[in-house]
Design a protein around this ligand. Sequence first.
Ligand code: PEP
Ligand code: MN
Length: 359
Amino acid sequence: MENKKELRNWLDAYQLDHPLVIAGPCSAETEEQVVRIAKDLKDTDANVLRAGIWKPRTRPGNFEGVGALGLKWLQTAKQETGMLTATEVANPNHVELALEHDVDILWIGARSTVSPFIIQDIAEACRGIKQPVLVKNPINPDLALWLGAVERFHTCNVENLGVIHRGFSTYEKTKYRNIPEWQIPIDLQAKFPDLPLILDPSHIAGRRDIIQDLCQTGLDLNFDGMIIETHYDPDNAWSDAKQQITPATLVQIMKDLKVRKEKGGSDAYEHALTELRSKIDITDEVIIQQLAKRMKIADEIGKVKAENNVQILQNDRWNSIRDRSISEGGQVGLSEEFITEVYNAIHQESIRHQHNIGK
Ligand code: PEP
Ligand code: MN
């Protein structure tokens, strides 16, 4: 697939004066719920109503969606509000049913993107359709797998395409439900600057309080839009209750977000600066997380040393860490003085941690 300006034709055709906003519940629950949320969203910045009809759950026993019946509710919501509709399709039958019910945008879930077999089947079912297909990243951080899925649709003559960044699964406990690994969408954007890139802060966050921050980062990184789970009664939602926000909160977030103007003129400078600062912030967050991880390991070492009554400062070990870091740093353009200072500070902190453990 080549990067071509045409990749964004479908989005340009909406003629929006702000980034695309897709909003709505994680799952369609009842007709009343879908229509009420659509009405709440109608006069906001939200352009498209989302609702999951078939829900891929990691473990059985959770709510698996209302099924085809819910498509009628989406149709009613569309008739009553004029909003476009979007839902997830995970097999050829879903595609057929969604199209029969005039769904305007189809998305591919993270659990489908991981499997080239499933993607191939869905892509064949979509052959030649004009409705945009938005491909969520796979649950594992693999850019090639993500792009491979997009290419399978492209090869089946689905020309209106986009991608959704919903974060990546990790075994580690972090503040996110799915870690953003921003470098991956940044790399994707560098390869395909004209492929619309949508942020899913809801599934990255897994909680409400950091949705706005994530949206701002997305905007600063030139994302083209957002898909945000929205429900009038988030706490009682049948799926993903913790991460859904109310339509009123959505309106407030949209008001508070700083949408940067198009590139050009003196704005170009601001634009470039904000984007670069955003990348610095993301990198700093990773550095802090990694330092914290390193200190946790130091704590473990402290425990082992205390149990075995071994002294904390082990000169040989420290010298070899320093030499290796200086050599690795040198290979990526970091000076010996800099690495020495940074590692001295890290080492001090490590020793302080181990002292506390030994007490
Ligand atoms: C969803 O959008 O509700 C969903 C199931 O998302 P994901 O495929 O990103 O987990
Ligand atoms: Mn969800």
